[in-house]
Design a protein. Sequence first.
Length: 857
Amino acid sequence: MSTQCKEYNFLEIEPHWQSFWEENLTAQAEQNSSKPKYYVLDMFPYPSGAGLHIGHPEGYTATDIIARYKRARGFNVLHPIGWDAFGLPAEQHAVKTGTHPASNTRNNIVNFKRQIKALGFSYDWAREIDTTDPKYFRWTQWIFLQLFARGLAYVDERPVWWCPELRTVLANEEVVDGKSEVGGFPVERRNLRQWVLRITAYAERLLADLKDVDWPESTKRMQEAWIGRSEGAEILFELENKALGPLKIFTTRPDTLFGCTYMVLAPEHPLVDLLTTAEQKNAVAVYRQKAAGKSDLERTDLAKDKSGVFSGAYAINPINAQRVPIWIADYVLMGYGTGAIMAVPAHDERDFEFAQQFSLPIPRVIAGPDADEKLPYTGDGILVNSPGYDGLTWPEAKKKITTYLAARGVGKATVNYKLRDWLFSRQRYWGEPFPIAWISETDYRKAELLRKDLPARPVTFSEGGVTLFALPLPAQALPLELPSVQSYLPSANGESPLANETPWLEIWLNVTTGAAVSATEPCPAGDAWIRARRETNTMPQWAGSCWYYLRFTDPANADAFASPEALNYWGVPDLYVGGAEHAVLHLLYARFWHKVLFDLGVVPQAEPFTKLFHQGIILGEDGEKMSKSRGNVVSPDTIIASHGTDTLRLYLMFLGPLEAMKPWSMQQIEGVHRFLHKIWRECLNAEGSVNPKIATDPAFADSPEFTKLLHETIKKVGDDIEAMRFNTAISSMMIFSNALQKAPQVSRAAVLTFLQLLAPFAPHLAEELWARLGGSGSIQRAPWPVYDPTRLVTTDVKLVFQVNGKHRGDQLVPVGLAQDTAVALAQANAKVAPHLEGKSIVRIIYVPGKILNLVVA
RNA sequence: GCCCGGGUGGCGAAAUGGUAGACGCAUGGGACUUAAAAUCCCCUGGCCGAAAGGCCGUGCCGGUUCGAGUCCGGCCCCGGGCACCA
């Protein structure tokens, strides 16, 4: 049932059809369908208090068009949405107001949902998920247990980014230019007990499998760079003080071993204290302290000035037995390789700078093609000053020297990655609690007899001389829910607010069932009960988004994160759309978890996101990034009220290529709005009844040109949707509507077909006009129009005449015109002839139907 | 510094190596109207020209080609990412 409005009253039409669709379940994915499946997914939003940003509907409109198009093409479409609702802003709000983050989150979700519904997206709301729902995070915790059982989770005291303002640690990736990504607060280094996930164990596969996914090349490159694989060798340098054992270094250039004139240890290197000589002790201690006080920002940003201090110790170069001084310098990072390097100043820019500063020798061992390149020389070349290896090329020498060292047991070829293990804990309240209890060694030994899900090696942590063992809760005890707390404020020493909740924290734990009783109560009877303290850290926001795309296939399942049937049928998203800002973080973490699940045999594919697309950023009208402070923010709510969501959707797609960064324009949106008004007027007269130009007689035939254009438009719109070129799809619909307007009379069928093309883009208007023109059922259920290739055939084409490559004229000619005839026509053409006068044709290039180029001299 | 994108009218943009500027916006002119809005029609890359027409034109310089926005080489500018990773 359509509305009765006489004019294009989008404020009446849009809510009308939104409730119609909601009541008639147009968007729900079918269960047990024999249709082919299509799974199209948006990156689900964090429901912030600020509401929907204009960038959200950009990507969401694109996926909605695809979803509606695929449904019309006979696919069973899964198009879900949910909430990535754990996270810092909600918690900071809780800290400020003292209200539970859950209630704030709930309010935000209500608002987001209202906004998203007002945009008319065809999400399957029956599959809505919320990462903070215990029914959901139960499975987040379950996946963590799988990682834990496989030895992929461990605890480590390590220097981490601590943000005093946020009172939490942040992952490397969450720190930008020495400030927190959220809020932009300064961060500092602190040593804290942390959960860490062994993502480095998957480095090779995360890198190799990038070749199998259809992603933007730039995003693949970013992940490649992030993983940062480099091949080289580990080499052992004997120390003069043999009692200390060898010094292990990593280098990608074993071929330059003869050029090593000093060694560098990172200030944090464990050997520093041991090998520093008495005379140097003071200087080294001072330097180390200074280095420790520097943030990484200072260590890298002020990078150009190298600093360091001599340790007083020497190592022996394994290739030529030379004595090499050992320096301590913070340009070597403890976190990469072995935290120690051999310095080859002649062929490494950093070593060169350092050597110059401290007047260390810089002997050349690689000669480039030109006799005397300036040092440092990092290019290709052959070895010199390397007795026994002179004259070899770089790769040959690399191989030969590595082999030589390996044969003597002082070196081996290795691969290093920049990728570090993933810091997985936050000292916060508003996140998934770890399903872990800390217990004594005695109790752990007992648990080992009762439990089969413990890791091969126990995860332990020592503090104040006591070693605690990490016992996972049994899966049946999940979810482990958050206790209610008095204060959401973390303690200043870096412990989560959960650490203050003694009744939740200190417990009697049943090892086999995971049942818990507060330790203030007497210990329940039975052997399985032990004393335990719960883990107080919570998981980072990334956890919930690492696997949500799997939950959508079977969101209500209480026995598994999703059933094998659902996972087999729906698989992974066929298309995943979201911002490029997640190029490394979310997308890398999710790939890691997916591969773990794949290894467990619970998901059938090795990669989660086969096809990925990033929508571009929409700038303000001033061409700057939208921001409150600039006052150039455009809110979807405002536009929906002034122009309607169909206009907004169409405009967002018409702006330019989806992936491009483009400025918003209030003038341009009027053009798109007029286009929709025009379609309305062509379909309906001022009284709101069918425009008399639309032929009611089914025998009425459109002109051949009009029919041809219709079929061209069907083809173009379909092709463009498939290729996600929505802007040109809309152009072609505008061209058609211009023809529609000029035609004195048109068939009803042609107009209905056109409305179907428009329907994925402007579903409300299309549905309304479809109903008023007597289309049967919902336009959303009508099968996608098929173009007739025979209608696209043209008999006459415009042939362009060129003389010496310059356009000189053109003429309408029959398709498949013979070359001789074409040349004769050109010669006879009044505009072409003068350019041929007095000249002879030396060459003819004829592309039938396109161009005839006469080369004359 | 390194790795990706991208530079086309007044503006957003379009163009399997084959008429550069489709489509839309804006500007100007006209029709309708008492008037306005809305709508419709026409013009609109630059220069020369009364016109017909000509010349130039896709960041810059060169090259390949009958023909280059598109391919190749070298630069310049803008945006994004990485950045002492040995």
